[in-house]
Design a protein around this ligand. Sequence first.
Ligand code: DI6
Ligand code: FE
Length: 397
Amino acid sequence: MLLTHATLATMNDGYGLIPDAALALEGDRIAWAGPMSALPAAFRALPAQDCDGRLVTPGLIDCHTHAVFAGHRAVEFELRLKGASYEDIARAGGGILSTVTATRATSEDDLLALALPRIDQLIASGATTVEVKSGYGLTVEDELKMLRVARRIGQHRPVAVRVTHLAAHAVPPEFKGDAKGYIENIALPSLRAAHAEGLIDAVDAFCETIAFSVEELRPLFTEARALGLPVKLHAEQLSDLGGAAFAAGHGALSADHLEYLSSEGITAMAAAGSVAVILPGAFYTLRESQLPPIAALRAAGVPMAVATDLNPGSSPMASLTLAMNMACTLFRLTPEEALLGTTAHAARALGLGDRGRIAPGLRADLALWEADHPAELSYRIGATALHQRIYGGRLDA
Ligand code: DI6
Ligand code: FE
């Protein structure tokens, strides 16, 4: 198939804009992209769709979500508005643990049915690849249940799903005060079982005073690397525990959140080539005041990705374009950085070299927008300007 008269943002070297462009697709791959005037004769006979000047970008990539869960936390939202903090609620047994209770009580099929509408919202905001984590099961069986749900999403929707093991998300009541015992008896066995079942693509953890310390996480990351799985980390969201440097020391794909990231953390990430995944939805929801060190990350050449962190507690948000808007307005990313953050840099944060840009040989995952300039994607608040998606070379119906 051939797209004609597109405004292409290839995301090669910034926006990589090509006005009045053509794009030839063969099967699930991009065969050619360039100016209409240079379209090779071989592609001219392909069935064509006129884009009428519309912006075409790579399909968006949400590289950090917790899209599988049961229940909601609207009551906590109310409590926070009455003065409680996220940490207060977590220490009182609410927060992540309240979602754990609801998720444990829900079957695999029901969890899938709850997740699909959330995935549909991400798709409606232009996503063609979505990462999904476990972390609300916290028993071996309930973690495996969540991971199976995440794997099944891609069989029900036209979207690629990357599945991440996040058993080290919180210490459940059965192990209260014994984070080490939880890692040994639940996190590690569930990691081995999930890997053996082919359920996971990466391993994540929450490094925080209300979750796990670097030393508690060391055996988990050591085992992940021994199994050949890449790691990433929720690091420096609410305080600086040195998580980013620890993750970088294990060759992490990314460190995520990073509001309290130190200069040592930045140096370690730059050296390891880890991506900084910024999550403005959580910052916004928790009314954080500490900004992630965007200028220093930029100066150090650390690639920045932008994701929704879609979850019931700190980021009940299912729009990538809204995440881009927040990244610009709250964190001062440029719209170009925000779009790199949901395309090329998000692909890198997932270790995927076959997407996130428009170039021959890459996956034909594209978003066609009711827009003519890529800054429009970040500029609008909440409204989605998606016209159509192409996933694996196929136009959405
Ligand atoms: N940080 C987050 O923002 C999410 N997980 C994490 O480690 C929040 C998860 C939740 O509150 O349910
Ligand atoms: Fe998260």
